[in-house]
Design a binder for this molecule. Structure first.
Ligand code: HEM
Length: 422
């Protein structure tokens, strides 16, 4: 059987991780072009790695091959988070998902609406029209407050000092996530950030335990109710570590990434797109889908082959790694016409199969369990923002994106708000 084009090179010497981290999009484009293939082999993190940039092959990987592949995150993030669903596979993962999914069903998510509304209402009514606003900073503040209010029952008005401490700890913890010690020296690695992050993790876990003792918030209680593990100590690990995962900076950063990209693209359009978003739910959905397509917060994901697998007609042997590249799969010309163009109209009256070409939230058995909640938060913020304000992008701005560790425009996108009723 044919093997994927490319070369896995020599250990250490042939490693391409540095080149990838410097500019992941250019790295994929260069390799796709030199190998004349959207699937190519390279040496990454010192392992033979198949990069998958074809939309069809990413779909096949995520939906068809669950028994032959494992998630590949534990080696990088296991210590910084402790055991959780992201580092489990097989039966364990299925059981954890079964428990955790109850927290994020559409019905459960509806019960979070009041908390989301109260944070968003306060933040949106405080927007200044005096001077341009940096949209990413604003969105990150709102999304952090939503996540900590929902997942820890924190009240930012009553306990602003505790909230500030927690936000500072999640930031230090985050710096550890992106500076994980790796077998190779990479541009984003830094040993001291990593040890500070481990301390931040311990402090966050202490806060989580004290919040549980205070009986604070419905979500904490629901996580406790879903914990069905066999022993008391495993139950404690399940509850505390998943609360740590949900309250980590990862989620607000991903939410702010999508919101910033949305406001940037909507702000570029004239012709009444802002008004259309408010009056036409189909247009709102189309814009949200198109933003996910062009600007997925996570560039892609990682897998380890545990049994030889055939993907896109190529054999990938046991022990090799796979990187699926969502960003490239979303711009595969075989899947989308004019793939680099922001065109929300492509999603109007589209079929389910078309939507299945998006991997912003992964796909298949290990897809994102939080996506209904994400949809609810995004819709609430966008609708509430547009009900009160019109916005305009300021002057000449650089809208190019960076992709790691979470995508966002390289420069702060600045917008001027004005009252919708003025
Ligand atoms: C914009 C926000 C978010 C984005 C873009 C996002 C994206 C993703 C993606 C791409 C995956 C699959 C990773 C893979 O295939 O390797 C994933 C998995 C997951 N997400 Fe999200 N996510 C978001 C928000 C959330 C939220 C709000 C929660 C819960 C509070 C959440 C919980 C999870 C969990 C637990 C998994 C692992 C599922 C498993 O391993 O079976 N995510 N997410």
């Amino acid at each position: 059987m044919a093997t994927i084009p490319g070369s896995v090179g020599l250990p250490i010497l042939g490693d391409k991780s540095y080149e990838f981290y410097k500019d992941p999009v250019k790295f994929c484009q260069k390799n796709m072009s030199s190998n004349k293939s959207r699937l190519f082999y390279t040496r990454f993190l010192n392992k033979p790695t198949a990069f998958i940039c074809s939309n069809k092959a990413v779909h096949e990987l995520l939906t068809d091959h669950n028994d032959s592949i494992e998630l590949g995150y534990k080696a990088f993030m296991g210590e910084i988070f402790g055991d959780n669903i992201l580092f489990s596979d097989g039966e364990d993962a299925r059981n954890l998902r079964h428990s955790l999914q109850q927290l994020f069903t559409p019905d459960s998510v509806d019960t979070y609406q009041l908390t989301i509304d109260s944070v968003v209402d306060k933040a949106v009514s405080a927007i200044s029209t005096e001077e341009p606003v940096c949209i990413y900073s604003l969105m990150k503040k709102v999304c952090t407050e939503i996540c900590l209010s929902l997942f820890l029952g924190l009240n930012f008005s009553d306990a602003s000092q505790t909230a500030d401490t927690i936000v500072a700890l999640t930031t230090t913890h985050w710096h550890g996530i992106i500076s994980v010690p790796l077998p190779l020296k990479l541009p984003m690695t830094n040993g001291s950030s990593y040890s500070q992050a481990l301390h931040a993790k311990d402090s966050l876990l202490k806060i989580i335990i004290s919040k549980r003792e205070e009986n604070s918030g419905k979500f904490v209680k629901s996580v406790e109710d879903t914990a069905t593990t066999s022993t008391d100590s495993l139950r404690e690990v399940f509850i505390n570590n998943h609360l740590l995962l949900f309250t980590s900076a990862l989620v607000p950063k991903a939410l702010s990434s999508l919101l910033t990209s949305l406001i940037m693209e909507v702000g570029k359009e004239d012709g009444g797109l802002q008004e259309k978003l408010l009056s036409d739910p189909a247009m709102m959905e189309a814009v949200l889908l198109e933003v996910q397509r062009l600007y997925p917060p996570f560039l892609g994901g990682r897998r380890i082959v545990k049994k030889d697998v055939v993907l896109g007609g190529y054999k990938i042997p046991e022990g090799h790694s796979i990187m699926y590249v969502t960003q490239a799969a979303h711009r595969d010309p075989e899947a989308f016409t004019d793939p680099d163009k922001f065109n929300p109209y492509r999603w109007i009256n589209c079929s389910t199969e078309e939507k299945d070409k998006l991997f912003c939230f992964g796909a298949g058995a290990r897809n994102c369990i939080g996506q209904h909640l994400v949809g609810k938060i995004l819709q609430t913020i966008v609708v509430r923002l547009l009900c009160s304000w019109k916005f305009k992008l300021i002057g000449d701005q650089d809208f190019s994106h960076k992709w790691l560790p979470v995508s966002k425009p390289k420069q702060d996108v600045k917008v001027q708000f004005s009252s919708r009723n003025a």
